[in-house]
Design a protein around this ligand. Structure first.
Ligand code: 2F8
Ligand code: CA
Length: 134
């Protein structure tokens, strides 16, 4: 049967908000198996759209390859940033992946945390995912 997951459209992309929790790499793998990748945030409007979900989720942003050089999963550098005040701080020298951690009254919601931590995640794709189950 065909099973259409609930992807939400915003602009020219579709987004899926997972409620399970995984490490950053496992979350990314899950998105890729769905023909998507972890979300890349390019605008204030996109940041606002994601904030409305009120979730604690991985975004497709990491500086694991080179400390302090934050890159999106498509290798692009940040075009706009929404770090929480004081972030990214690479706490204990071990924070290379970014999470969207909603705060009440500001759009500044990103924090760097250890990539091995488990969080929900958001996939972004140009097409809504359709999965064929046996
Ligand atoms: O105070 C900010 C600081 O708070 C936590 O560390 C105590 C966060 N760590 C996790 O969420 C794992 C830090 O990333 C954050 O910078
Ligand atoms: Ca941090």
């Amino acid at each position: 049967r065909l099973f259409l997951q609930e992807w939400k459209q915003f602009g020219s992309s579709y987004y899926y908000f997972f409620n399970k929790e995984k490490s950053w790499s496992a979350a990314r793998q899950d998105c890729r198996e769905r023909g998507a990748d972890l979300v890349i945030i390019n605008s204030r409007e996109e940041q606002e759209f994601i904030k409305k979900e009120n979730k604690y989720v991985w975004i497709g942003l990491s500086d694991a390859k080179s400390e302090g050089q934050w890159k999106w999963v498509d290798e692009s550098p940040l075009s706009t940033a929404f770090w929480r005040s004081g972030e990214p701080n690479n706490a204990n020298g071990d924070e290379n992946c970014a999470v969207f951690s909603t705060t009440a009254d500001t759009l500044k919601a990103w924090n760097d945390i250890p990539c091995s931590y488990e969080a929900g995640w958001i996939c972004e794709s140009t097409q809504p995912y359709v999965r064929r189950l046996q």
